[in-house]
Design a protein around this ligand. Structure first.
Ligand SMILES: Nc1ncnc2c1ncn2[C@@H]1O[C@H](COP(=O)(O)OP(=O)(O)OP(=O)(O)O)[C@@H](O)[C@H]1O
Ligand SMILES: [Mg+2]
Length: 272
């Protein structure tokens, strides 16, 4: 059954109704209500002094389709600061995934500059670029790309092995993250034995294992139910709070976008 969420006024009326004649109880409930409202409208932490982790200047990316060119990303400039939680929204085809791939160094712009963690990505060799991705960026894709023949534990462990994290640290982080995403009892399973939500949570744990400075997630809640979506967003928020990670998520879901500090909207490849 779905019920409309109560408006502040209806909440107030409910408190007054419920405590008719009991002033003390009503006062207590009102204090709680006021406290909750304050929490809901808590201002986003001011990060204007934080380091700029992602800097895009006049970035363009075109695709050729036969004789036509499609401007997938056009003249995009933006700064994302350390610890920011940003949502990218926009209609299908507006350039969200292209933008995310450019930020993560999976794709190169035709013109303009992409600077991440102080590095101009266009100046990195392919080797350096993949080193950069492994050390700095945690990717979460809509389709999880877990290796089908490896257990969840090994799937989580692989990026940490590439990053040369010692075995004991790997084991410790896997235990910690599996618990955080509610996958402790699934570590020895193969991906095909998991539900969609579990696969996505495993993919997120894998992306977090190297404690990346930047998390890029393309529709991380696209294939999971509301409850899992909420858990995933809470997990990103927790990671951001704990490690000051910059988190960028692409989403169609206004409820998910609402949880971010700010939203960047794209239309036809441009920020609007
Ligand atoms: N490899 C490609 N070759 C040609 N055109 C492409 C390619 N990838 C993307 N495009 C085009 O670039 C534009 C932006 O695509 P992009 O995948 O970034 O959109 P999106 O906002 O992520 O869409 P969706 O919400 O459907 O995932 C679209 O017009 C798309 O058709
Ligand atoms: Mg996309």
């Amino acid at each position: 059954m779905s019920t409309a969420s109560p408006t502040p006024d209806s909440q107030l009326a409910a408190v007054l109704d419920a405590f008719d004649g009991d002033a003390e109880a009503a006062a207590k409930a009102l204090r709680e209500l006021a406290h909750n409202r304050q929490r809901e409208s808590a201002p986003v932490k001011d990060r204007s002094g934080a380091a700029v982790v992602v800097k895009l200047a006049n970035v363009n990316r075109e695709y050729k389709l036969g004789k036509n060119k499609v401007g997938a990303v056009r003249e995009v400039s933006l700064d994302l600061r350390q610890g920011e939680f940003v949502a990218i929204t926009g209609p299908s085809g507006s350039g969200k995934s292209t933008l995310l791939n450019l930020i993560g160094g999976l794709d190169k712009p035709d013109s303009g500059q992409v600077e991440v963690d102080g590095k101009d990505l266009s100046k990195l060799s392919d080797n350096k670029l993949s080193e950069f991705r492994n050390a700095t960026v945690g990717f979460v894709f809509q389709f999880f790309y877990l290796q089908p023949f490896l257990t969840v534990r090994t799937n989580l462990e692989v990026p940490a092995m590439f990053a040369r994290l010692p075995r004991a640290d790997r084991a410790e982080r896997i235990t910690e993250l599996a618990e955080a995403v509610g996958m402790t009892d699934r570590l020895n399973h193969l991906p095909k034995e998991l539900s969609g939500g579990q696969m996505q949570r495993a993919a997120i744990a894998r992306a977090l294992l190297n404690r990346p400075k930047l998390i890029l997630a393309d529709e991380p809640t696209g294939n999971v139910d509301r409850e899992n979506a909420k858990a995933i967003i809470e997990l990103f928020a927790k990671v951001r709070d704990k490690y000051d990670t910059t988190v960028v998520i692409v989403t169609h879901d206004p409820e998910v976008a609402n949880q971010a500090d700010r939203t960047i909207s794209l239309r036809d490849g441009r920020i609007v």
